[in-house]
Structure formats: C-alpha cells, structure tokens
Design a protein around this ligand. Structure first.
Ligand SMILES: *Cc1c(COP(=O)(O)O)cnc(C)c1O
Length: 420
C-alpha cells in the first residue's frame, strides 16, 4: 500500500498539517524526514548530547516566527514589526532567569559553540591565556582545539584527570592556574560523568584573579530539574545548550550576573551574531516552561537513575566504566575487555541499532565509547530496560549483532518517542 501524506500524518500527528504540502511539493526531502523519524524511533538513541524535544517545541520551531528578522533585543530592535517576537523573547529570558536563578539570561546564541564564543568575546582579548580541560580528557572544541577559533585566538592550557580515578585533578588545576595566571578558567566538558566542584574552581579563579566560565552545555538540563548542582552562583558566565538533557530546540544560552549583562548581550549581538532566530527563541521559551514543571524534575532524576543503572550493568558486562560510574546522564567506558576499541564498538553497536559516540579516553585516542540516557528516558525507559541494553551491548560486541538488532527494534517499538 502506498504511503500517502495523510496516512503518515495519522501515524505521526507530530508532523503537523504542513507536512502534507511538503510531501507533495518536495517528496525527496519529505522522504528524508520520514526516514529519519523511522531511524530515531526504531533504534536506541544513546548519544549523550541528544534528546527528543516535545511536539510543542517542534511546533514553535516549525512556525512562521522563522520569517521574522529581529536584530537587537526586545524593545531595542533594528527592524520594525518586532512587537510580538519581543513578547516571546522576554518570556524566554524571564523563564530562563527564573529557572536557573540567574540575574540575566541571553537566549539568542544559535548554538552552544556560539554561546562560548560570545562568553570569550565578552571577557577576553585575543592572545589571552585560558585554562580549560584538555581535549584528550573531554574538553570541547571551543576549549582550545587548534581546528577551532578558540585554539587560534587564545592561548589554552589544558588540565586533565587523575590516571587512576578518572576524576578532575584539582591539585593540577590549582598549580596550572598559579603558573600560567589565566584570564579565564573554563569548567565543563563533553565527556565528564561526574559533577565538577564548582566551589573549588571559584576559589582557584579568585586566587589568581581569573574569570570563571562554566560551559554547562551537558548538565544544564539536569540543573533545571534539580538533579545536578548549579554552576550559576559560582561562575561569572554560564554557557549552555538548550537541546541536550534540557530537551529544547537546538541552540545556545548564556547566564550571568547583572554587572556583566550588557557586555554579554553586546558580545552576542552585534559582536558575534546578526538577527536572532525567533522561531528558536520561542521554542526555547516553550522548553523552559516545560522544564519548570514538576514532571521535568522527575524526568531528570530518572535520567540519572537510568545512567547509574546502565553504568552498573555495563561494568557487570566487563566494560571499563570511567570513574566507576556516573552522577549524570553521561557514561564513558572502554570496551577493550570485550575485544573492541571505540570506533569498532560504535560500528558494531550501530549495526544493531544502538547509536553511541566514540570518545577519547584519558591517554588514548578515540578508544572509548560515550553514551547518555536523556533520549531513552524521554521515551519512558527505566532501570530494567537499561539492564537489558547493557546485555545487548555485550552481545553485539561478541558478534550476535543480527539477533540483537531484532530485539532492539522490539524494545524501541515499545517506547515510541512521539506516541500517536
Ligand atoms: C555540546 C557542547 C558545546 C557545543 O554545542 P553546539 O550546539 O554543538 O555548538 C559546547 N561545549 C560543550 C561542553 C558541549 O558539550
């Protein structure tokens, strides 16, 4: 039976009425969207940075607010006709500030990287020294990669983790800070499964007269739900994404105190960006509204409980879980005891429908795997499913991929991300 647009819409009401027009006008792209929805719904999405945003967030993203040019800030725009999008941005700012207990929020950064760029632009000058987690330990591209603006324009010094424990080497952070007297210290990572000690970082920053920038792109969603400690009282500026555990649209955000508000705003627009994406700003407002509800707190605590259960079960299957577990949604592990390195493991798992990243583990290149529980928890999975996923991981790496793939499809099928 041919798949018609209206039958698709009955099955996937999240696509909205516009999808029928899209599929008539541009079937090639409509097929990509349907195919991707199928891929997302029939496999296990375990990439630590991914999630499923709500139908309400998707509706705001797909709205005609995408048409509006809005350079500047509410009440001070360079374009006319911004009265209504101003309302959306004010709501987004107020909700973000309230949700995170910050004096000021900027909701315009187009991405997490754009938020970090703006934070540096507000506080640093080219050539300044910055102390951040080294890339082999989980530093982000924007923390000094030579392939990124950060590594080209600033002098980055990298701190690492303790060989044995996998935990941040706080004594090394203090020694490097005293030696290099950085202008800013960055706390935050793409792969650290534990809570950083924000108070300790603040103390070191104060000791050497540095700004403290928290790049909380990963944990900010947990912070919103009360499932992780907040960097807001400690950091001069908090950079974040809105699309990871926070479950909003793809984008960035900045939080700071009143005294830096104007510098941060000017660093976003006009320094690093032009017009704000008002469909995305509105979708961020929707996501902040969702994150303020009690159900989101329950969700974030389940995300962590699931990650702990999955880490324990992976360890029981002989994966070498970094730091021996997790405090967050994120797990990194070395699959070497099962006879695979990161890239091979990622391929074998993907072939069975389980999507993870490979990642650098301390002192090894792309040797590990990185995964997270935000998306599968949004789907409603709990501890028993985590235990089964770990078993499926081990089976897939031991060459049982075909059998595993069928079970993955069944498991995912029982937890649709967008129930009809
Ligand atoms: C995800 C992430 C970013 C960047 O986010 P993009 O939206 O991909 O630019 C920056 N810093 C950290 C620590 C991250 O985890």
């Amino acid at each position: 039976m041919p798949v018609t647009a209206s039958s698709v819409q009955q099955e996937h009401p999240v696509l909205g009425a516009g999808f029928e027009a899209l599929s008539r006008q541009d079937p090639e792209i409509a097929d990509v969207i349907l195919g991707e929805m199928g891929r997302e719904a029939t496999g296990l999405q375990l990439i630590a940075a991914e999630n499923f945003c709500s139908p309400a967030v998707l509706a705001a993203l797909g709205s005609p607010l995408a048409n509006k040019y809005a350079e500047g800030y509410p009440g001070a725009r360079h374009h006319g006709g911004c009265e209504l999008v101003d309302v959306a941005e004010r709501i987004a700012i107020d909700r973000a500030a309230t949700l995170f207990g910050a004096e000021h929020a900027n909701v315009q950064p187009h991405s997490g990287s754009a938020a970090v760029l703006a934070a540096y632009a507000a506080l640093l000058r080219p050539g300044d020294t910055v102390l951040a987690m080294g890339l082999p330990y989980g530093g982000h591209l924007t923390h000094g990669s030579p392939a990124n603006f950060s590594g080209r324009w600033f002098n980055f010094i990298g701190y690492g983790v303790d060989h044995e424990s996998g935990l941040i080497d706080y004594e090394q952070v203090r020694l490097l800070a005293r030696t290099h007297r950085p202008r800013a210290i960055v706390v935050g990572s793409i792969a650290y499964p534990r809570h950083p000690d924000y108070a300790y970082f603040r103390e070191i920053a104060d000791e050497v007269g540095a700004y403290l920038i928290a790049d909380a792109a990963h944990p900010i969603g947990l912070v919103a739900g009360g499932a992780a400690p907040t960097p807001v009282p400690y950091a001069d500026v908090v950079c974040a994404t809105t699309h990871k555990v926070l479950r909003g649209p793809r984008g960035g955000m900045l939080l700071c105190g009143a005294e830096l508000a104007e510098r941060i705003d000017r660093a976003v627009f006009p320094f690093t960006q032009g017009g704000a994406q008002m469909h995305s700003v509105a979708a961020k407002a929707v996501a902040f509204g969702e994150a303020a509800a009690p159900a989101f707190s329950t969700y974030t605590h389940q995300v962590v409980a699931n990650a702990r259960a999955l880490a324990d079960a992976l360890a029981a299957e002989d994966f070498a879980v970094t730091t021996g577990g997790t405090d967050t949604h994120l797990i990194t592990a070395d699959p070497a005891p099962l006879g695979a390195e990161g890239r091979t493991a990622r391929g074998l798992l993907a072939a069975a429908g389980m999507v993870v990243d490979c990642c650098a583990l301390p002192y090894g290149d792309e040797r590990g795997i990185r995964l997270g529980t935000a998306a599968v928890t949004t789907q409603g999975m709990r501890e028993p499913e985590m235990a089964r996923i770990a078993e499926l991981f081990a089976l897939a790496l031991r060459g049982e991929g075909r059998k595993v793939a069928a079970e993955v499809r069944d498991l995912a099928g029982n937890f649709p991300p967008y129930p009809a």
